[in-house]
Ligand binder design. Structure first.
Ligand code: GLA
Length: 379
């Protein structure tokens, strides 16, 4: 079996946290994620032929599939691929569909990005394998295209209808920076994180059971809103095209639930614009307020929070040094992200763990996080 330390090809692919801009990446809006210092580590040795053997070290499982039989989503014995193997197989499938011929390999991987926690453990696996195959094959492909191909794998091979934010952040992260990424124009720029403020992640340990169906329902509500609003605003293509002022004039035409969902998206797009300026002006206090407002909107309008995440955000807000807190990722479980004055970071972490244990009788995992580079090849 390939060991991570000694293999000839080694890749590190980070997870991501989203600071603001939730559920806007499938509405053409802009997002503000950062790659984080929790990552998937992959190692491989090329093999002649077209067979790929993968070892999921954390699960103690292995699978072998044939690059000529990817469409079947089965291993070489005709057994359906285990869910973890669909991400690398999906990446291989998309790359081959785009004319890149891959070679067989034996690879191992391990991850310390918690799974199902809203920190993009799957995007990290996808991007990691894409970069690994790229290192093996030596072909050229820019990171934005690579991220889009990984998203395509998730949409069409794994079957999750996600936007582009996660794969983008895992592929393009910049150490010490958040990424302002416009999911329509695909233009992006790194923005420095506020000096003197720490990013702290709190894992509620609640996992997203409803996630896929609720995610698709939210997407459908947004599409419905655009369709209905086009009667009054014929030039809009997505909710990102509607300003809060315009929305106030036309929103009464929408059914109540669709109106709430759309209100979140319209406001969240405006919050991201303001937040990016705050980062550029070093205004961490206002940025933090926008995070709290984003959480309230996800809780009350988009309805993707759960009591445990609300509790974490409320407790955070009561602790000294906390500038902002919100759920991060799709919701229904997972993590909150907190912006905290650096001097208070240790005290904050202890206070949040204690408060959560008292209020929810659960053990949160809370840790300081550093914005990392996007996936890289180790030499
Ligand atoms: C998941 C999806 C992303 C994005 C977020 C919500 O992480 O994979 O594309 O839609 O939810 O912001």
């Amino acid at each position: 079996m390939i060991t991570i330390e000694t293999a000839p090809y080694r890749v590190v692919a980070p997870g991501r946290v989203n600071l603001l801009g939730e559920h806007v990446d499938y509405n053409d809006g802009a997002v503000l994620p950062a790659a984080i210092d929790r990552s998937v580590r992959l190692a491989a040795e090329p093999l002649p032929g077209r067979l790929v053997t993968l070892h999921a070290l954390d699960l103690d499982q292995q699978v072998t599939f044939d690059l000529d039989q990817l469409e079947r989503r089965q291993d070489v014995h005709g057994t359906p691929l285990p869910s973890w193997a669909r991400y690398p197989a999906g990446v291989a499938w998309v790359l081959e569909q785009h004319g890149i011929r891959l070679q067989g390999m034996e690879a191992s991987f391990t991850s310390n990005v918690p799974m199902g926690a809203g920190l993009s453990s799957s995007a990290a696996v996808e991007v990691g394998f894409a970069v690994l195959w790229q290192a093996l094959g030596g072909w050229e492909l820019d990171r934005l295209t690579l991220a889009r191909l990984c998203q395509e794998a998730e949409n069409h091979y794994v079957g999750v209808n996600c936007g582009l934010m996660d794969q983008f952040a895992c592929a393009n992260g910049v150490a010490g920076h958040a990424l302002h990424f416009d999911t329509r124009t695909l233009l992006w720029r790194p923005v420095p994180l506020p000096a003197g403020a720490a990013i702290i992640i709190a894992d509620s340990k609640m996992r997203r059971s409803l996630a896929t169906s609720a995610y698709n329902e939210r997407r459908a509500a947004c599409e419905e809103a655009v369709r209905l609003l086009q009667a009054k605003l014929p030039n809009i293509r997505a909710l990102r095209d509607v300003s809060p002022e315009e929305f106030a004039h036309v929103s009464h035409q929408l059914p109540a639930t669709v109106r709430k969902r759309a209100q979140h998206v319209v406001d969240e797009c405006a919050r991201v614009d303001e937040a990016a300026q705050c980062l550029e002006n070093g205004d961490a206090a206002r940025f933090g307020q926008l995070m709290f407002a984003g959480h309230a909107s996800l809780r009350d309008l988009y309805e993707v929070s759960i009591p445990e995440l609300d509790a974490l955000v409320e407790i955070a807000g009561s602790l000294p040094g906390c500038l902002g807190a919100r759920l991060s990722g799709a919701g229904f479980g997972g993590c909150t992200v907190n912006l905290v004055e650096e001097a208070y970071a240790d005290q904050f972490i202890a206070g949040l763990i204690e408060g959560y244990a008292q209020r929810c009788n659960k053990q949160a995992e809370v840790y300081l996080c550093h914005a990392s580079n996007g996936a890289w090849v180790e030499s």
